[in-house]
Design a protein around this ligand. Structure first.
Ligand SMILES: O=C(O)CCC(=O)C(=O)O
Length: 289
């Protein structure tokens, strides 16, 4: 796999990340790196290793629960699939998360001395997917605390707002609150978790009480957001696929913190609150020279 990014991150990009909680790194990796992940993602879909979030949304809606979705398109409905920790079982995903230029890029953006992998996620919205991704902060799902924790969202397709580009609330990584994690296709909080209910970002944005940004991206562009940045995504109303891999990385001040209500990962055997992340759970994927 390519070992170097196409370019170094700039000081301005680093400053934007820390000021806004998100920055879009244009043309940071070779698009061939992303094109090479299309077949492994299609294989996950074939082997049914990804959760059908649309089916989950349907089941929730049938029970009368609030599900965030748009109108069913006349050309047929697509499905939202999501999965996590593919790096553990599949060499292509391990290479992508651990041995690509992405860990170094994350480390430089986070101003970290080293980077550990927390998890990878696959998030695909087929053409005509009606489910939105509810507003959330990634940190609420992680048994981790620290200022240097981030997600890199790496699109495999041309992505626009109408195909489900991720939307970010500018500066929300500095908000004091960590909100309860939700069920992703619904703003309903996961039972048993702690924190307050995330605010209604759409209403806040309409009133001008917060600023929301989204980026049209091509394969090779990567958005990187802080784990406390509030973000979500719309439906895919286009005829294009919207496939992405998210990589969640931790930097040098990250320590374990168990958060009530969310299960620990089965591969994490060394979770001790307040202690640094253990190499067996969260492999070291980059170190500054
Ligand atoms: O791809 C999406 O719809 C949501 C992505 C997201 O929330 C994430 O990667 O943290």
């Amino acid at each position: 796999m390519t070992s170097a990014a196409l370019r170094l991150v700039t000081d301005q990009e680093i400053e934007t990340f820390w000021r806004d909680g998100v920055v879009c790194l244009r043309g940071i990796v070779d698009p061939s790196l992303l094109h090479a992940m299309v077949a492994p993602i299609e294989a996950l879909l074939d082997t049914k290793e990804l959760a059908d979030m649309s089916a989950m949304g349907d089941a929730m809606a049938a029970s009368g629960l609030d599900v965030q979705r748009g109108d069913v398109p006349s050309k047929g409905r697509g499905r939202f699939f999501a999965g996590v920790d593919h790096w553990l079982e599949h060499a292509e995903f391990r290479e992508f998360a651990c041995n690509s230029p992405l860990p170094e890029t994350a480390g430089r953006i986070m101003r970290s001395q080293w980077v550990r992998l927390w998890e990878d996620s696959v998030l695909t919205k087929e053409p005509g997917t009606i489910e939105r991704t509810a507003w959330h902060q990634d940190m609420s799902y992680f048994h981790v605390e620290g200022t240097k924790v981030c997600t890199m969202w790496c699109p495999l397709d041309s992505v626009t707002s109408d195909s489900g580009a991720v939307k970010f609330v500018v500066g929300s990584h500095l908000w004091p609150e960590l909100y309860q994690p939700n069920l992703f296709v619904s703003s309903m909080a996961i039972p048993g978790t702690t924190g307050s209910q995330a605010p209604d970002i759409d209403t806040m944005a309409q009133r001008g009480d917060c600023e929301v940004v989204a980026f049209d991206t091509e394969p090779g562009d990567v958005t990187i957001h802080h784990a406390r940045t509030v973000h979500g995504a719309g439906p895919n109303t286009t005829t294009r696929n919207r496939r992405a891999i998210s990589l969640r990385y931790c930097g040098d001040d990250a320590t374990y913190l168990t958060r009530p209500g969310s299960a620990l990962k089965a591969n994490h055997h060394h979770v001790v609150d307040g202690q640094p992340l253990h190499n067996d759970d969260c492999p070291l994927v980059w170190k500054r020279d």
